[in-house]
Design a binder for this molecule. Structure first.
Ligand SMILES: Nc1ncnc2c1ncn2[C@@H]1O[C@H](COP(=O)(O)OP(=O)(O)OP(=O)(O)O)[C@@H](O)[C@H]1O
Length: 464
């Protein structure tokens, strides 16, 4: 049986044709594999990892482009080099950070320089972008001035809460006051005057419109997950409306692990004359996440394989990404009936229920989180060692979505930790989606046979 498997993926969703994927007979979900995963090769690789049990250095090449070629720029190697205020330095060390990660060492000298310059910063998932923009914010706040001076917007409620917690933790020895601006967090008519406001774009815009939030003194405006925040089919309009009411002089900071070409172009107009830190295409995802896929026979078989994985393995914590809310509900019921402690979180849930679901998972009360793309980005839970793409990510036009894939798998393997991701393919289409993504990110996704659960166990136990 060959059929579709003989043709290569010709089109990609991101407007750029990927390099043609060499046809590998053994990799088709439909073909009888002539060759499955090479266990000895994999074992060798795993042994290499085991030699380095500590966190891998969060190092990768980044490219720095200065807005002004006359500027002189040096990255730093310690937090002291940044000449941070004493209380901030104390906060950083209290969080257990010993030295800046690559993105922090590269971005912070540029962010902290005076006069402030805009920044478009890219670095892989889990490499410490939050601390980079948070330290800049905390350094710039004038405590004596009781007005909002920094605004951070992020695409999801859970991410906004996480950023706020991070800022509070880092700034706990300072007098900086912070406030959350997500649905239900601020009473009707209540004025917001915290030094730093972190929120989702819709709520922030509402607060501005209703004059509950005065943005006239804002000096730093951060868009986390900036490519998603600027997406013209999504949150882009609201982000632009917010930017248009910001003081013209405010420093605009855009951060993300991904900046597809069309968004990058737009980003340079949104944050003009920005210093830029960017990644090479082949460095978009980190090495410490081992990527696998499984051929399933059909939708039903996917659910069975999922059950087998969880019945068999003692997995720390894991996230299962699905395409629709219905699938999330179905899997949650099925897995709960099978005795697993599962949370589910998607757009049908209201504020308090969403908070409970993520808090239960964050604090380990539930071990499995089933979710849609709403949690694909930014969520930082270090214990997550497995991500399952039960459904491959697709964009609004149902084309393979490599950016979302990169963010989804980035929920594991945080800050140099090891992680595993498994993609489920169950038909020609999902297989092609996976292959297109593999080609885009330039990293091999290894096939794991579904017919031998013992093999799966062997592979995953070593990885997780
Ligand atoms: N210098 C540091 N030393 C040790 N740990 C750090 C350091 N900087 C950040 N971390 C930790 O690394 C983890 C990942 O950081 P963070 O969430 O900021 O990543 P990110 O780059 O924003 O990821 P994403 O693209 O997924 O949003 C967090 O748990 C954070 O506390």
């Amino acid at each position: 049986m060959s059929g579709w498997g003989e043709t290569n993926v010709k089109e990609s969703s991101w407007g750029k044709d990927p390099e043609p994927t060499p046809i590998k007979k053994e990799s088709s979900w439909a073909d009888e594999p002539t060759e499955t995963i090479k266990m000895d090769q994999l074992e060798k690789e795993i042994k290499e990892i085991k030699k380095h049990p500590h966190l891998a250095e969060v190092e990768h090449d980044v490219q720095v482009t200065l807005a002004d070629s006359n500027d002189i720029y040096h990255s730093v190697s310690t937090f002291e080099d940044l000449k941070l205020k004493e209380e901030l330095l104390k906060g950083v060390y209290a969080m257990g950070y010993q030295k800046p990660s690559k993105i922090q060492a590269t971005a912070l000298p540029l962010l902290l320089a005076d006069p402030p310059k805009n920044m478009i910063g890219q670095s892989q998932a889990g490499t410490g972008k939050t601390a980079a923009f948070s330290l800049n914010i905390l350094s710039r706040i004038n405590i004596a001035q009781k007005t909002t001076q920094a605004l951070v917007i992020a695409p999801a409620r859970e991410l906004a809460r996480q950023i706020l917690d991070n800022l509070r933790e880092m700034g706990k020895f300072t007098q900086v006051v912070t406030s959350l601006a997500v649905p239900g967090a601020i009473e009707r008519g209540e004025k917001v005057s915290a030094h730093v406001v972190v929120g989702t774009p819709g709520t922030v815009m509402e607060l501005i419109k209703k004059r509950q939030l005065d943005v006239s003194k804002i000096i730093v405006f951060v868009l986390d997950e900036a490519d998603s925040m600027l997406d013209q089919q999504g949150l882009g309009d609201t982000s632009v409306r917010i930017k248009n009411v910001m003081p013209k002089t405010c420093q605009i900071v855009l951060f993300s692990a991904t900046f597809p070409d069309h968004v990058r172009e737009y980003a340079t107009k949104f944050a003009v004359n920005a210093n830029t830190i960017s990644l090479k295409q082949e460095e978009l995802s980190v090495d410490s996440i081992k990527q696998f896929y499984m051929d399933c026979k059909n939708e039903q078989h996917k659910a069975e394989i999922l059950s087998s994985i969880y019945d068999l393995l003692t997995i720390g914590q894991s996230i299962i990404f699905v395409r629709t809310r219905r699938t999330a509900d179905y899997l949650q019921k099925r897995m709960t009936d099978e005795g697993h402690s599962v949370s589910s979180l998607h757009g049908d849930f209201e504020g308090a229920d969403r908070d409970k679901a993520i808090d239960d998972f964050r604090e380990g009360r539930s071990k499995v989180l089933i979710t849609t793309n709403v949690l694909a980005r930014g969520i930082d839970i270090l214990q997550v060692n497995l991500v399952i793409n039960y459904d491959m990510p697709v964009d609004k036009d149902m084309r393979p979505d490599a950016e979302t894939y990169i963010h989804r798998i980035g929920r594991t393997g945080r800050f140099g930790r090891q992680g595993v991701s498994i993609n489920f393919c169950h038909d020609k289409r999902s297989f092609e989606e996976m292959k297109a993504i593999e080609s885009y990110i330039g990293r091999e996704i290894i096939r794991v046979p579904t017919d031998n659960i013992a093999d799966i166990e062997k592979i995953l136990k070593k990885e997780i």
